[in-house]
Design a protein around this ligand. Structure first.
Ligand SMILES: CC(C)(COP(=O)(O)OP(=O)(O)OC[C@H]1O[C@@H](n2cnc3c(N)ncnc32)[C@H](O)[C@@H]1OP(=O)(O)O)[C@@H](O)C(=O)NCCC(=O)NCCS
Length: 159
């Protein structure tokens, strides 16, 4: 049985498929200074420890996705990205809620993520979903202008 979650704007969230790799790489590259090749997404999509969740319409046009890794009792948000055309409609929030809901079916008890301290929309989203900053890592993210941004490490309990 395929898992489904409702999302805003007539979209829904379902598990990613191998055939989505190219589209995920495209959306990811629009959201990050350094994109990942689609082969990287093929590896994630083939690995049961790195589930992918896609927000899409009935014709399976993808607006955004979240990718996590689950290792024993810990989960990590590896990345989340929404196509710029679809941002600000709470699709990121719906993706994160679907992830948190699905993690209730796993042994994971705590979830972690890293985010640039300059990424205001993402930090707002994570705080709204119960994540709190537990530490920071200076000089973690390379920026287009050659400088580096500090990463915040955020976490929340699950369940
Ligand atoms: C982070 C991201 C996934 C959020 O997706 P989204 O669907 O737009 O998220 P939501 O609509 O749920 O809104 C997230 C928050 O950001 C706010 N926001 C949206 N666009 C914003 C902007 N340009 N500037 C400031 N805040 C903004 C929203 O108002 C909301 O905050 P609120 O609860 O205080 O209103 C999306 O911005 C994105 O893909 N960014 C590029 C990739 C990225 O940075 N990923 C996270 C890396 S850790």
């Amino acid at each position: 049985m395929i898992k489904l979650w409702m999302a805003p704007a007539g979209l829904h969230i379902e598990p990613g498929k191998l055939a989505d790799a190219k589209e995920l790489a495209r959306i990811h590259a629009l959201g990050f200074y350094r994109g990942w090749p689609s082969g990287e997404f093929e590896s994630f999509l083939s690995d049961p420890n790195t589930p992918v969740y896609v927000a899409c319409d009935a014709r399976r046009r993808i607006a955004g996705f979240a990718l996590i890794r689950v290792v024993e009792d810990e989960a990590e948000l590896l990345t989340i990205a929404v196509d710029p055309k679809w941002r600000g409609k709470r699709i990121g929030q719906a993706l994160l809620k679907a992830v948190l809901d699905d993690l209730l079916t796993t042994p994971a008890r705590r979830m972690f993520l890293e985010v640039s301290e300059e990424n205001v929309p993402a930090i707002k989203l994570y705080q709204r979903e119960g994540f709190a900053t537990i530490s920071s890592r200076k000089g973690y993210y390379p920026k287009a202008d050659g400088s580096q941004a500090t990463a915040l490490v955020m976490a929340r309990d699950l369940g």
